[in-house]
Design a protein around this ligand. Structure first.
Ligand code: AMP
Length: 270
């Protein structure tokens, strides 16, 4: 695997399968890379902690960075190139700003103004440099996945977006780079999120599912609930009972660390 700052330093082999990340790679990222490998032998993983998608400079500063283990994980998972672009490279003078659509102003977009505009702007810039045929994104960031898909359709980009399921620790906690910031006891609290989701997705109505999430999570000591909602996967609006594909979303803080998770509803009657 080559590690480069500039893609000019390597011979790019097309068609490329692309996995954009912010580093601090874990088994969830490794799955994305392995999935990318099923599409192409030419897999580029970008590691770019995007300042434009952090509201709070402190959150940006404390975001975990771990070059050595990123190298091992990306290379073991089958990446051909690990690309670590500089901020100047992603945002050259006159770069295109992608504004956040309305669906990026709800849920994650409420507490993190500018988050999705920043994320889409960087993803668009990375896509322009890599020109991938496929790009793999995790369902873990379901709103981001939705917005990237929407951007690709609206801007008629020639890239297929592949969704990869969320990888979890055996006890259910969704893997996240931010888990590195949790103490052992914080991690115990964080486990409540996936436990609440597993319980809620089996409820037979949206109102029961939502109530179950809110009751379980607002009673959890040490967990500060931001939102719990059941959305329509197709529109990102609130689901109604007849919605065919519904998903439960949760976000909150454990000891100042923001965590998100989601699961598809299983047994809500259609
Ligand atoms: P990040 O480095 O957190 O920006 O994430 C880079 C990509 O990895 C995004 O598409 C995420 O959705 C995906 N990802 C993060 N955590 C997981 C996970 N636990 N399982 C699957 N994909 C994930």
């Amino acid at each position: 695997m080559h590690v480069v700052q500039s893609l000019d330093d390597v011979d790019l082999r097309y068609p490329i399968a692309f996995v954009p990340t912010m580093g601090a790679l874990h088994a969830g990222h490794a799955e994305l890379i392995k999935q990318a490998r099923t599409y192409s032998e030419s897999v580029i993983v970008s590691v770019f902690v995007n300042p434009r998608q952090f509201e709070d400079p402190e959150d940006f500063a404390k975001y975990p960075r771990s070059f050595e283990s990123d190298f091992v994980i990306a290379s073991d998972a089958g990446a051909s190139i690990m690309w670590m672009p500089s901020e100047e490279m992603v945002y050259p003078p006159g770069f295109a700003i992608i504004p956040s659509p309305l669906q990026g102003e709800v849920f994650e977009g409420v507490n993190r103004k500018g988050h999705f505009g920043g994320a889409l702007t960087a993803i668009n810039a990375l896509f322009s440099a890599v020109k991938p045929r496929w790009a793999v994104f995790g369902e873990k960031d379901f709103q981001q996945l939705f917005l990237v898909r929407q951007m690709v359709v609206e801007r008629k980009m020639n890239v297929e977006i592949i969704a990869a399921p969320t990888v979890r620790d055996p006890d259910g906690l969704a893997l996240s780079s931010r888990n590195l910031l949790l103490s052992e006891s914080d991690r115990e609290v964080a486990l409540a999120i996936s436990k609440a989701l597993y319980k809620a997705i089996e409820k037979s109505s949206i109102s029961e599912a939502r109530l179950s999430l809110v009751e379980t999570l607002s009673g959890e000591r040490g967990f500060l609930l931001d939102y719990a909602a059941i959305i329509d996967e197709e529109t990102f609006e609130m689901a109604i009972e007849r919605t065919p594909h519904k998903r439960a979303l949760v976000a909150g803080w454990v000891n100042g660390v923001r965590l998100i998770d989601n699961m598809a509803m299983t047994s809500v009657e259609q």
